[in-house]
Design a binder for this molecule. Structure first.
Ligand code: FAD
Length: 471
């Protein structure tokens, strides 16, 4: 029997996958006995905010992720189809019908038992009794404390301080310059053969390769004053009570910093020291640094720019930064309660906890972001927990698929700068010989993903057949 804690998007999808593989599952959900600050009903898979599952076409990564999930027999996708409302190119749902469809499907399944109680400590687990923890961003306090105990306190976060991300193509490169502060690039460089004649792959910290790691947006005094005035008068997003708690000093929203004084940002995320604008030969009055966010280099995040300003307002204020006048935002900044582990430190690609492989984390708790991504991680965690129980090999789809890229990101991103991510083409393995047009490139990437997902599925099916026949 497999136990799953948390009846949200990830836990419900995982339960469905486990039961669909013929394994009995008990799903624990603490609502309504113990509510969260955000959920409003006792339904499973309640959508806490927007009713949108975002884009539904193959020219966008979340559209591809959804198509892959459909092909993997996702219950969340089936319920979303059944409760779809008109939303242009996006998949949006009637939230009540959606949650009701999931609740009914799981309640009716003969292999699924639903228990309405809070689980306050991670249950014992073994290969014959795997456990999946999918308790989401608002994991109850007692369980959070036990998870912190297992993974180590510094690998469990309680707040998300997310900086906005812009599309590289939309940055005005005539206004920004590439440089690392003090000309120190921390990029590992491959050193030439050493005295022994052997190649060395040691990272050479502090070696400047002449390129610089950041794109820097320089601001004159007038530009800074204009940006500052817009920032301190911008409208903040409405926050829930828990968001009124004190912020960690290390992740203060920029508007909170700005309210401390007119120059505070110039000594914080907008400090210009160590940067020389090649067009003036001088240090700018202030600077915003953009850090490459994807291997493909098509997304850049604004360093230290976590903010709670309303999204529409964010676009207006951030476009006052030189170089970002026409910026398209892939993600806006946010600060909200979010319990999640440092995926690369804690998890394997199969969503198993590295130090305890009979335990899985899935959903927002595992370090992904968004409804669809959470359900997708639950899907693979469920398949793998069932495989573990049945003594079959565990695996994750390849990085060329959206669902595999998500698993790879969570388990392999840089742990020092780990941030939960939505699925984007930027975290998928780049397509060699890709078409030049952006649209054609995206469609070709999706086509490759669906072909490779099929191959993975075939491989998985034949592996379980050979286990059954003892081959
Ligand atoms: C305020 C807020 C707004 C958000 N808005 C959006 C949005 O608009 N779009 C979007 O894509 N994502 C949004 N998210 C992220 C969203 O929460 C996730 O995308 C998604 O709900 C995560 O799915 P999950 O299954 O991991 O967690 P959830 O859907 O939250 O499910 C976790 C479940 O576990 C239960 N639980 C918690 N602790 C225990 C316990 N100890 N024992 C038993 N049960 C427990 C909870 O009651 C809950 O039902 C938002 C998050 C927050 C906090």
């Amino acid at each position: 029997m497999i136990r799953i804690i948390g009846g949200g998007l990830a836990g419900c999808e995982a339960a469905w996958q486990v039961a669909s593989n013929g394994v009995a599952v008990t799903l624990y959900e603490m609502r309504p006995e113990r509510p969260t600050a955000v959920h409003k009903t006792d339904r499973l898979a309640e959508l806490v905010c927007s009713n949108s599952f975002r884009g539904d076409k193959l020219d966008n990564a979340v559209g591809l992720l959804k198509e892959e999930m459909r092909r993997l027999g996702s219950l969340v996708m089936r319920a979303a189809e059944a409760s779809r409302v008109p939303a242009g190119a996006a998949l949006a749902v009637d939230r009540e019908r959606f949650a009701e469809t999931i609740t009914a499907a799981l309640s009716a399944h003969p292999l699924i038992t639903i228990v309405r109680e809070e689980v306050s400590a991670i249950p014992e687990s073994s290969e014959r009794a795997p456990v999946i923890v999918a308790t989401g961003p608002l994991t109850s306090d007692a369980l959070s404390a036990d998870i912190a105990h297992l993974v180590g306190g510094k690998h469990l976060y309680f707040y998300d301080a997310i900086s906005p991300i812009v599309l590289a193509d939309t940055i005005d490169h005539s206004k920004v310059f590439r440089a690392s502060r003090w000309n120190r690039s921390l990029r590992p460089v491959r050193l030439t053969p050493d005295a022994t004649g052997e190649d060395s792959d040691r990272p050479a910290c502090g070696v400047d390769d002449g390129e610089g790691d950041y794109l820097n947006c320089p601001l004159t005094r007038e530009e800074y004053e204009r940006f500052y005035d817009a920032l301190v008068t911008a409208e903040s997003a409405t926050v829930h009570d828990f968001d009124k708690e004190r912020f960690f000093e290390g992740c203060l929203p920029i508007e909170v910093m700005a309210h401390r004084g007119r120059d505070t940002l110039r000594f914080g995320p907008m400090k210009p020291v160590g940067l020389t604008d090649p067009r003036t030969g001088r240090e700018p009055y202030a600077a915003v640094q953009l850090r490459q966010d994807t291997l493909a280099g098509d997304h850049f995040s604004l360093v230290g720019f976590q903010t709670q300003i309303k999204w529409g307002e964010q676009a207006r204020v951030l476009r006052l930064i030189p170089g970002l006048e026409q910026a398209e935002f892939v993600r806006f900044g946010m600060v909200h309660r979010n319990t999640y582990v440092n995926g690369p430190t804690v998890l394997a690609e199969t969503w198993q906890v590295r130090v305890r492989p009979s335990l899985f984390f899935a959903g927002q708790m595992s370090g992904v972001e968004g409804y669809v991504e959470s359900a997708a991680s639950g899907l693979i965690a469920g398949l793998n927990a069932a495989a573990l129980f049945r003594g079959e090999p565990l695996s994750s789809p390849p990085r060329t698929t959206a669902i595999g890229a998500l698993a790879y990101y969570v388990s392999h991103a840089d742990p020092a700068h780990y941030e939960p991510s939505n699925i984007t083409f930027g975290i998928m393995e780049p397509l060699l010989g890709a078409p030049r047009s952006r649209m054609a490139r995206k469609l070709a990437t999706s086509e490759r993903a669906l072909t490779e997902l099929q191959t993975w599925l075939h491989g998985r099916a034949s592996q379980s057949l050979s286990e059954v026949s003892g081959a």
